[in-house]
Write a protein that binds this ligand. Structure first.
Ligand code: FES
Ligand code: FES
Length: 205
């Protein structure tokens, strides 16, 4: 399963890099935020600015520097740690979240960009002590080993099945092509994704 670019999302790795590049270029050309503002550029930072994030249906107010990623904002500011940091460069899928019903790499998305959007993490899937059907299927098919990549895989499968409850093998492979498992549980992850019991029949969480 090769690396995926978050295709439909506005938060692709390419977008992230372009924005960071633009920020760097702007800093080089304009020098300071004050200079940017004087030239009519809508700039914020470099210090912390107040932002509001809707995570798993709960609104959080926080202050972050504009350079802070969504992954860092959730893990280090909000203590929402189910989503893992592995490569931190948009290559492995461990940090996959669902934002406005599309999967994104949270390590390659600025927190400030995610304002006004519905952010969902793996924490939202369990209902009390009852696992989401996809989580249960991962257990039933032994689709997890290290645990670091698992939240990302589960999130990608949930996002797929919410759109397409009966995916073909090829569709499931495509949906998972941005998630990497270094210990090779792909076959079992795929079995879990294709297990009819995994289909949520609509959005949960
Ligand atoms: S930690 Fe984000 S893609 Fe690897
Ligand atoms: S189960 Fe996490 S890398 Fe394979």
């Amino acid at each position: 399963m090769a690396r995926r670019k978050t295709d439909e999302s506005g938060f692709s790795r390419r977008t992230f890099l372009k924005r960071v590049g633009a920020t760097g270029a702007a800093a080089g050309v304009l020098g300071t935020t004050a200079t940017a503002k004087a030239q009519g550029v809508n700039a914020v930072g470099p210090g912390a600015v107040p932002i509001q994030l809707n995570v798993n249906g709960q609104v959080h107010q926080l202050e972050v520097e504009p350079r802070v990623t969504l992954l860092d904002a959730l893990r280090t500011r909000l203590n929402i740690t189910g989503v893992k940091r592995v490569c931190d460069r948009g290559a492995c899928g461990a940090c996959t979240m669902i934002v406005d019903n599309k999967t994104i790499y949270a390590c390659s998305t600025l927190a400030i960009e995610a304002q006004g959007k519905a952010i969902r993490t793996v924490e939202s899937f369990t209902q009390g002590t009852v696992l989401h059907p996809v989580q249960q299927a991962f257990c039933d098919h032994d689709g997890l080993m290290c645990g670091f990549c698992t939240p990302g895989f589960v999130t990608s499968v949930v996002a797929l099945l919410e759109k397409n409850p009966k995916p073909t093998r090829e569709q499931a492979l495509k949906a998972l092509d941005g998630n990497i498992c270094r210990c090779g549980t792909y076959v079992r992850v795929l079995e879990a994704a294709l297990d009819p019991k995994s289909a949520t029949g609509g959005r949960r969480g």
